[in-house]
Design a protein around this ligand. Structure first.
Ligand code: C2E
Ligand code: MG
Ligand code: MG
Length: 285
């Protein structure tokens, strides 16, 4: 029935046991997700964001992790979509915002924290109140908080949403556009909305070495960012060769397995503190 509702045209779909099992799993995840917060099964992991010139950590992106007691690790790509469909994303998003600000207070004070915000939180929820409360409750400096929104946020742009983004900026929080180049890439909203950073999607980094077109695209996004006076970061950097090309293009910031996987806050703190060890001490160790 679910498949048929989603299918255009006749609305007729033949039952197949595999999709039946998939749907049963999705329903199970949906039912359990409501309890996951109360049962303390959700965590935020942090992936370092670095300055490409020297690899120094400048901040970290908060990424949700859910360890289901029976199903094991469930990907955020799966449960965030379910949470968006059933409305739980507002609670989940508010929890992530508060937890990320709390964790960031234990990071080196020069590090920023980036938090993903679903389009639904911007459309329906009171994201401004959520952010204001998280900042007030934790005492995090607003300029250390960055909000990541995706292009799909702009599929149904409204004055109300523009108002919310402006209010967030007025709080002193910055805004990054995530997964740039994968969705509905219209230039219209770049001029209309107060963005501070573009995150080039990993798809372009993945094909950087073999595909001249990807290099050209990243290069022009760099030119675009320079013109707009905003920052650019490339996601999904896995090899030194990719980092080298990006440095040559003039990309200043990067994120990816080459610099660090998403990890518990304690590990990120240790990683960042390791950078501060004076050279003489490091040599003795
Ligand atoms: P995203 O925001 O674009 O996050 C980047 C994803 O790329 C993360 O996947 C990260 O683990 C992965 N990644 C980072 N570096 C590399 C790399 O070098 N190679 C490869 N292959 N992958 C890399 P993850 O953690 O599975 O998250 C997937 C998506 O789930 C996120 O994409 C984001 O859209 C969503 N998500 C995660 N946490 C939250 C959250 O708190 N709120 C909302 N609304 N969405 C979230
Ligand atoms: Mg993100
Ligand atoms: Mg992304």
């Amino acid at each position: 029935l679910d498949e048929a509702r989603r299918t255009n045209g006749s609305g007729l779909v033949k039952f197949d046991p595999e999709s039946g099992a998939r749907h049963a799993a999705a329903r199970r995840i949906e039912a359990d997700l409501w309890h996951a917060l109360g049962r303390d099964e959700l965590r935020l992991f942090y992936q370092p964001q670095v300055r490409l010139s020297d690899g120094k950590i400048i901040g970290a992106e908060a990424l949700l992790r859910w360890r289901h007691p029976e199903l094991g690790f469930v990907s955020p790509q799966v449960f965030v979509e379910i949470a968006e469909a059933n409305g739980f994303i507002e609670q989940l998003g508010a929890w992530a915002m508060l937890q990320a600000c709390r964790d960031a207070m234990t990071f080196r004070p020069d590090l920023a924290v980036a938090v993903n915000v679903s389009p639904l939180q911007l459309q329906r929820g009171d994201i401004v109140a959520t952010v204001r409360q998280a900042l007030r409750q934790t005492g995090l400096r607003p300029d250390r908080l960055q909000i990541e929104i995706t292009e799909s946020t702009f599929l149904n742009p409204s004055d109300e949403m523009l108002g919310k983004l402006s209010d967030l900026k007025a709080l002193g929080v910055s805004i990054a556009l995530d997964d740039f180049g994968t969705g509905y890439s219209s230039f219209g909203y770049l001029a209309r909305f107060p963005l501070d950073k573009i995150k080039v999607d990993q798809m372009f980094v993945r094909t950087l070495i073999d595909n001249k077109a990807s290099q050209a695209i990243v290069q022009s996004v760099k030119t675009l960012c320079r013109g707009l006076g905003i920052a650019m970061i490339c996601e999904g950097i896995e090899t030194e060769a990719e980092a080298a090309i990006l440095r040559r293009i003039g990309c200043e910031q990067g994120q990816g397995y080459l610099f660090g996987r998403p990890q518990p806050a304690e590990d990120l703190i240790r990683l960042a503190d390791g950078e501060n060890v004076p050279l003489a001490v490091a040599a003795q160790a």
